[in-house]
Design a protein around this ligand. Structure first.
Ligand code: ADP
Length: 180
């Protein structure tokens, strides 16, 4: 399940993000922050009610979360200390700012991680499930955005891409191998 790659601040894993003991795992949330299916459901199920309570508190303060933005809660019962909830764009043909919004998800999640002194962060393949973003295009954006960010920012030591399905895992392996 574990596959370390040449570029030493980026790793690729195939598996369930809720099992990781990184400083933070990222949740592909929806704008309500109240939980949903896919990775969001899995994180809330494994992390327990504290995560949802903190999401509700954030909602009460700021009224949910727009696509491209990120908020942070504790990790509840998870091994990860924090969960960073970011809202991916819903794919709508590709000419509605989807690429930039997806890029913002990665950048804003990394920024909030840095602000909280988090050294290791794991990302799922944001928007590639129910939100239907094409997987190859999303993988390209994810890898490029994270690599650019790491090049310019020292404080995050490791980013782990967690792929749940074989198609994403294979797309990410090719991209990361190529740029390593
Ligand atoms: P979105 O609404 O952003 O598309 P989804 O949760 O539907 O979010 O899917 C995002 C990605 O997360 C998909 O590639 C899906 O296969 C993956 N995924 C689902 N469950 C898990 C999990 N437990 N760990 C890691 N990735 C997961």
């Amino acid at each position: 399940m574990y596959n370390e790659l040449n570029s030493n601040r980026i790793e690729l894993i195939k598996g369930d993000i809720t099992k990781l003991d990184t400083g933070a795992i990222v949740n592909a949330a929806n704008s309500s922050l109240l939980g949903g299916g896919g990775v969001d459901g899995a994180i809330h199920k494994a992390g327990g009610k504290r995560i949802l309570e903190e999401c509700i508190a954030i909602r009460n303060r700021q009224g949910g979360c727009n696509a491209g933005e990120a908020v942070i809660t504790s990790g509840g019962l998870l091994k990860a200390r924090f969960v960073i909830h970011t809202v991916g764009p819903i794919w709508n043909g590709g000419n509605n700012g989807e690429d930039m919004l997806l890029e913002n998800c990665y950048i804003n999640s990394l920024k909030i991680a840095e602000e909280n002194h988090i050294k290791t962060i794991a990302f799922p393949n944001i928007s590639t499930g129910v939100y239907r973003f094409p997987k190859d295009r999303a993988a390209g954006i994810a890898v490029r955005t994270v690599m650019n960010y790491l090049r310019e920012n020292e404080s995050i030591e490791k980013v782990i891409f967690v792929c749940f399905d074989e198609e994403n895992h294979s797309l990410y392996s090719k991209l990361i191998d190529k740029s390593a």
